[in-house]
Design a protein around this ligand. Structure first.
Ligand code: HEM
Length: 426
């Protein structure tokens, strides 16, 4: 893909919904212009996002600055919110849990929940990820065509989280619909009433539904422990620490939203990229296991499923690049832009399944908030593509992807795909 610099610097408005409806190459072109001409540019906040409208934000578009800000949580904090618009303080933790916390609260939460996500624990799940991916392919393999997102890409991360938490699979659809609403607030397919009141009501209802589901499950596990992450989080005390029911509910909302809406988009963008770059697909197909580590990182860089997160400057005088900030300034880290920065990536607009090095910031910059699920996400993407290469090697996207209207999640809602039908294994 070649970026199209169809907008001048003054015409670029990252807060304009229309910008996010433009073609990907035009958006790439705009970020290229920002990186070159004004890498710390001020924007007014979008209308409708919060009431009253917030003070605006600085868009950080170079890789080096995104990394610098992520590394210095004392200067650029998360506790005042990580989305561009402001939310009432009580919503920040209800909806965002640890992602919207600073130390010492954040460190405590991360210590407790990390117990459920150690590489050793996830290694024990390896067979489960493989069996789940195989089951998903079994369900569609005879059909020869389908919606790659809803039939395949979205099902794996969702099923893994549901199993991990010990939630019955019958609740999968319920959870899927709620996470679609929470991250698709600006998209009329998920939230038909696009007024401020309609959006707020949809958000709170979806979050409360999820909160109720997990609270009931957690109460059940306190009485009757299982071998799932929910049990580990609510019953095990390490140095006197365990999660309260409210913390548990918020963490669960973060987990299902952060774990589903990201990994599924990485997988969907992965298939799209492999369809559009047949030579890269042939290369990976010829050495599926050998190239998997670099190919998976490249898919995450290419997709950048999370387009941005926000920080807030805590002192007067903090610097990024040439710019000096004041206390209270909102600083938005545009991962999507950092991941195309030619200062770090050779030929950044080339999809290269063997790319090394690949210091992308798709899982966030280095620092305390680096993605808790990165290990799991990498495993899910690896296993899914291995299963596809082995069982339906000619699967490819047909037609245009239906893209999510969002400045936050680089989402593909639907992606028609075809493959040569084969037999299920079970
Ligand atoms: C390709 C898939 C994924 C991408 C691109 C992604 C991206 C991110 C990013 C950019 C952050 C940084 C937030 C910040 O700095 O403010 C983050 C944090 C987080 N992610 Fe992921 N994520 C993915 C998969 C997952 C999965 C599978 C899970 C859970 C099972 C997960 C759970 C979390 C959690 C809990 C945090 C918050 C960590 C903290 O605040 O300490 N993510 N993720």
């Amino acid at each position: 893909m070649e970026p199209m610099q169809s907008l001048t610097l003054d015409e670029i408005d990252l807060s304009d919904g229309e910008f996010w409806g433009r073609r990907p190459e035009e958006r790439e072109g705009a970020f290229l212009t920002l990186r070159d001409e004004d890498p710390v540019r001020f924007f007014e906040e979008p209308e409708l996002m919060t009431y009253p409208r917030g003070p605006g934000y600085y868009a950080i578009t170079r890789h080096a600055d995104v990394v610098e800000a992520s590394r210095q949580p004392g200067l650029f904090c998360s506790g005042q919110g990580t989305s561009i618009g402001d939310m009432p303080t009580e919503f920040l933790e209800f909806l965002g849990s640890m992602i919207n916390m600073d130390d010492p609260k954040h460190a405590r939460m991360r210590r407790i929940v990390s117990r459920g996500f150690t590489p050793r624990q996830l290694d024990q799940m390896k067979g489960d990820v493989e069996a789940t991916a195989a089951g998903i392919v079994d369900d569609v393999i005879e059909r020869g065509e389908g919606d790659f997102v809803t039939d395949i890409a979205a099902t794996l991360p969702l099923r893994i989280i549901v199993d991990l938490m010990g939630i019955p699979r019958s609740q999968e659809r319920f959870i899927f619909d709620r996470t679609n609403v929470i991250l698709g607030l600006g998209d009329a397919e998920y939230v038909p009433d696009q007024t401020e009141a309609g959006i707020t009501a949809a958000l709170l209802t979806a979050a409360q539904d999820l909160s109720l589901l997990i609270t009931e499950l957690a109460e059940d596990r306190v009485r009757d422990p299982g071998d799932d992450v929910t049990t580990a989080l609510v019953t095990t005390e390490v140095d006197g620490e365990k999660l309260t029911p409210a913390e548990m509910a918020s963490f669960f909302i973060l987990l299902v939203v952060a774990g589903n809406e990201t990994t599924r988009n990485a997988i969907a963008h992965g298939l799209l990229a492999l369809t559009q770059h047949p030579e890269q697909r042939a290369r990976w197909a010829a050495d599926v296991d050998g190239l998997a580590p670099t190919a998976v990182e490249e898919i995450v860089r290419w997709a950048t499923p999370v387009i941005h997160f926000r920080r807030t400057c805590t002192v007067d005088g903090a610097r990024l690049g040439e710019h000096t900030f004041s206390e209270g300034d909102k600083v938005v880290l545009w991962y999507a832009s950092a991941n195309r920065d030619a200062a770090v990536f050779e030929d950044p607009f080339r999809f290269d399944v063997g790319r090394t090095p690949n210091d992308h910031v798709g899982f966030g910059g280095p620092g305390p908030h680096f993605c808790l699920g990165a290990h799991l996400a990498r495993r899910e993407i690896t296993v899914m593509f291995k299963e596809l290469f082995e069982r339906i090697p000619d699967i490819h996207a047909v037609g245009e992807p239906a893209r999510l209207q969002s400045s936050f999640i680089n989402g593909i809602k639907h992606l028609p795909a075809q493959w040569t039908p084969g037999p299920p294994r079970r």
